[in-house]
Design a protein around this ligand. Structure first.
Ligand code: FES
Length: 135
């Protein structure tokens, strides 16, 4: 799978590189992206082709990937400050709306901000042959 219309950007001071690709729904295993599309220790936003679908957020740690809905548990808003642009530093994602901080290595647990103690909604994925697929 080759991501279509891939966008990349750099966040402000100290944040990691992030990027966003449209979700490829052309295969039965729902390939979301290639593992290498996700910066190691960073995140990637994946939007469904259907505008009514739920946006996803993937993170990578070496050869493993995790996925959550890109929907903040505080107020149900997207967490990117622009499509595909996330605030990530020290493996914590900060929601661009009200500043909740989520630990990417701790199952998306909110560790600071207005929804402290809540977690992002996980989406099961697996890495197979370098691709990240829904599990
Ligand atoms: S919507 Fe994310 S902190 Fe309020």
């Amino acid at each position: 799978m080759v991501p279509r219309g891939r966008m990349q950007c750099f966040n402000h001071e100290g944040a990691r590189r992030v990027s966003q690709v449209p979700m490829d729904m052309s295969t039965p295993n729902e390939v979301l992206c290639h593992l290498e599309d996700i910066p190691d220790g960073g995140v990637l936003g994946v939007d469904p082709p259907d505008p009514a679908g739920e946006p996803l957020l993937l993170s990578r740690h070496g050869n493993s990937a995790r996925c959550w809905l890109n929907i903040c548990p505080h107020a149900g808003r997207r967490m990117d400050y622009a499509p595909g642009s996330f605030l990530v530093k020290d493996e914590k994602l900060t929601c661009a709306v009200h500043g909740a901080a989520f630990a990417l290595r701790e199952a998306g647990l909110c560790v600071a901000g207005p929804c402290r103690g809540q977690s992002l909604v996980a989406v099961p994925v697996r890495v197979r042959d370098g691709r990240v697929e829904r599990a």
